[in-house]
Each structure stands twice: as C-alpha cells, then as structure tokens.
Write a protein that binds this ligand. Structure first.
Ligand SMILES: C[S@@+](CC[C@H](N)C(=O)[O-])C[C@H]1O[C@@H](n2cnc3c(N)ncnc32)[C@H](O)[C@@H]1O
Length: 322
C-alpha cells in the first residue's frame, strides 16, 4: 500500500471539506469520474466544489501513482537531487506534493494550469506545506502551449495531463515540455491503452530529441509492446471514509493503474537488464515473470530448484527491475 498523503495535505483537504454536503460531493465526484473514465477532460471542473470533489475522488490515486513513479526515479537515479520543479497541468498540485516528499532538495516550484479553479486550491493547499519548494511556490495560470515562457527546472512533471489533449499532439507536447527540463522529465498517464499510446508517442519524440530513458524501460530500443498489450503498472492505495463516500465504494482501498515515462539529459548510470511488466505468476513449478528488456518481451519461469534466483523472484513485484 502506498504511503498515505502527507499529514499537512490531508488536514488542509479536511479543512476544505468542512461543511460540504457528502451527498453533493458524491454526485460531483461521480460526474468527474465518469468524465475521466470516458476519456474526458477536467474542463467540467468549473468551481471550488468540483475541485474539492477532485481532491477526494481522484487526488489520492494520482498522488499514489506519481509517488510510485518518483520511487522508481530514485531507484534508477539515486544521486538525483533536483532543486527546482515545474509541475505542468498541476491541478491541485498533486505531483508537487509528491515531489516534495521524494526530494527534500527541492527549493522552488512553479505550478502551471489553465484552470483557475484548480490553481486557486493548489495555492491554498501549498500554503499548508512545510516544504521550502511548496510554501514559496509560484502559480502560473495559462495554457501549456505557452509554457515556453517559464524558466527551466531540474525536474519537470506532467501528471495525467496528456490524457486531456488529443493523442496526435502527445509527441509534440512532450518535446515542448522536455525543452523546459534541465535534467529530468516525468510523464504519468492513466494505465489504459489510450494513456499508453500517449506515453509511446512521447517516448518516440523524446528519443529522437536525444533524451535518455531512465524508466520504466531498461533500454532505448523500440518498444516491444504490441497492439493488445500496453505497458502499465498498478498502485494500491487506501481510501479514507470520505473517499469511500465520494465513490459510493464499499472496500477501503483501490488499485490505480498508470503508465509512465522518465527521461533524462544524461544516460542513467545504473541500468537493470529487465523490468517486470505484468503481475508475477506463481505456480507449483516456479514463478513466471513477464519481462521487458533490450531484446523485447520475454517470459521466464524460475524454478524452485534455482534456489538463489527463485528467492529473488519470489520477492519481485510487477514494476520492479530484475
Ligand atoms: C487530471 S488533472 C491532473 C492534475 C494533477 N496533475 C494530478 O496529477 O492530480 C489534469 C490537469 O491538466 C490541466 N490541463 C489540461 N489541459 C491543459 C492545458 N492545455 N494547459 C494547461 N493545463 C492543462 C487541467 O486543468 C487539470 O488541472
């Protein structure tokens, strides 16, 4: 289970929820979720109440996914210590909060969004943060097409943003935001075929621009995922009571599926041979791992008798390098 939201974020959200009718919250959250499930955008987020519904129904999951991705960045690039952050399509600042938890080195942050309703709440939430970067953050209202006027940052993040734009623009936009990354760009998208299609288009453009892939790929060869297969991962997160009410849910957790891409200016120093791209399958004979590496996808069954390797495989999880 992913770590819970930072205490100061959870309590700032709880304050915003004071006096909000849970019935109305559930209706707004359902409208939002239906729009996202249908491949829609955040354009319907038209007021503070809609943003509050996002905070309860979607932020915990996007926070969990982006935190899981940052953990992968830290695995691959342990020496990376970004000082500046640019959060593109920041919404309520989800990725910025996750970045400040991941890197205490961050000193400054800029949050860009075209929706003033999101930005206003992002600013109120950030004022509750103790991190140097969030408590002094700048908030830029505007379209990401105009992002080139912003200063470069060590770490640029676009979390669940490409999904809101036409698929055929994903590569071009990825190239534009890459130009703002002094060191690393992180893209996170829903773990659906449509989300992955955008990640794939971004990967192609970014490699052509000379970027190096740090994760999830352990290589820079053509992506071997075929039509019915899409590269995605899953993060379990717990649901609070309000989260359950907002989603009319009866289990206290959910699994957020996401696709992602991390590219850097310099090739990562540590590269594993493979990443596990599906849940490991355990059977009597051993554990079967679906792995992606420079030679493509391969299924490997590690027999119980291969004692040392089996011991490692038994602990391996979907998304780990192997
Ligand atoms: C699904 S929300 C994601 C918010 C946040 N990044 C997260 O992970 O929770 C998508 C955000 O992208 C913003 N967005 C969509 N298109 C945009 C554009 N063309 N320029 C700037 N922001 C945009 C929306 O306003 C919204 O805040």
């Amino acid at each position: 289970m992913n770590p819970a939201l930072p205490a100061s974020l959870a309590s700032a959200i709880a304050q915003l929820l004071e006096g909000v009718s849970r019935k109305e919250l559930a209706v707004r959250a359902e409208t939002l979720s239906r729009a996202y499930r249908g491949g829609g955008t955040s354009r319907g987020v038209a007021n503070e109440a809609d943003v509050i519904a996002y905070l309860v129904a979607r932020l915990p999951a996007t926070y969990a996914a982006v935190s899981a991705v940052f953990a992968r960045v830290k695995e691959t690039m342990p020496a990376f210590a970004p000082k500046s952050l640019l959060d593109i399509g920041a919404g309520p600042g989800t990725a910025s909060w996750a970045a400040c938890e991941a890197w205490a080195s961050l000193q400054g942050a800029t949050l860009l969004d075209s929706n003033p309703n999101f930005l206003e709440i992002a600013e109120r939430l950030a004022s509750a943060s103790q991190s140097a970067a969030l408590s002094t953050a700048s908030f830029a209202h505007g379209d990401l097409n105009a992002a080139s006027r912003l200063a470069k940052a060590d770490l640029v993040v676009a979390s669940y943003v490409l999904a809101e734009l036409p698929e055929d623009r994903a590569g071009k936009i990825a190239g534009d935001v890459w130009a703002l990354a002094a060191n690393t760009l992180v893209l996170v998208e829903p773990g659906t075929p449509a989300g992955f299609a955008r990640i794939l288009a971004a990967r192609k453009t970014l490699l052509a621009l000379g970027a190096h892939v740090a994760a999830p790929c352990t290589h820079e060869a053509a992506c071997p995922m075929q039509a019915k297969n899409w590269c995605h991962f899953s993060q379990r997160l717990s649901r609070t009571r309000d989260h359950m009410i907002a989603k009319s849910a009866n289990v206290p957790f959910e699994d957020e599926r996401y696709s992602y891409l991390v590219v850097t200016r310099e090739a990562p120093q540590r590269r594993a041979a493979f990443r596990i791209v599906a849940p490991p399958e355990s059977a009597k004979a051993g554990i079967t791992l679906e792995q992606c590496g420079a030679d493509g996808l391969q299924r490997e069954t590690i027999a119980r008798r291969e004692k040392d390797k089996f011991a490692v495989a038994r602990r391996a999880e979907w998304g780990d390098v192997f």
